[in-house]
Design a protein around this ligand. Structure first.
Ligand code: HEC
Length: 158
């Protein structure tokens, strides 16, 4: 570099706005790393997920959904069939025609709307119908219900 050029550059100061931006960016970077490093701030994606899940539960308590999201969904019905075999057929029979528990292809005294049936399975009923909310969770309750309904309403093979 020639002397003149060096002299020229010496007078060419970095613009103030650039310096502000530059240091702000560094500060933000340090903050960001500290904020999202579990060892420093205790932040954890699992904790975030837990909190979001809890909030979502509060916002929409199980059963708040009034219609079965899996109705007529063939894949869910197949899953529901397996869930039924593992959790329900012991009392309601493999063919849903009843045993210890009532016939599920007949009239349902606790209600036949999606939300009533959901309530029955999630919360249980007085004379021996257990609550499945904790054991199955919302998605699987809707799936088993989609299966039960496929047998009830469309006369599908159990
Ligand atoms: C321990 C035995 C038992 C198990 C396991 C069981 N049920 Fe029941 N279920 C019953 C009994 C008994 C009743 C009748 C309750 C009443 O009349 O108060 C019933 C009632 C019901 C009803 C309501 C019937 C009506 O007339 O409204 C539905 C729907 C139902 N069960 C679905 C299921 C599903 C789905 C599962 C599996 C996730 C299941 N049950 C598992 C015993 C059982």
């Amino acid at each position: 570099m020639t002397e003149e050029l060096r002299e020229f550059e010496r007078h060419n100061k970095a613009p103030r706005a650039f310096l502000v931006f530059f240091f702000a960016l560094i500060a933000w970077g340090v903050y960001y790393i500290a904020r999202y490093t579990p060892e420093i701030s205790g932040w954890s994606q699992y904790r975030v997920l837990e909190k979001e899940t809890a909030d979502a539960r509060k916002a929409a308590p199980a059963g708040a959904m009034r219609e079965n999201p899996y109705e007529m969904d063939p894949k869910a019905i197949v899953e529901g069939r397996v869930i039924f075999g593992e959790n329900c057929s012991g009392c309601h029979g493999k063919d849903l025609k009843g045993g210890v528990g009532p016939d599920l292809t007949a009239h349902l005294k606790y209600g036949e709307s999606d939300d009533k049936k959901y309530e029955t399975i999630a919360g249980g009923r007085p004379n021996g119908m257990p609550s499945f909310e904790a054991q199955l969770g919302r998605e699987r309750i809707w799936k088993v219900l989609a299966y039960v309904d496929s047998v009830r309403e469309r006369g599908a093979k159990p």
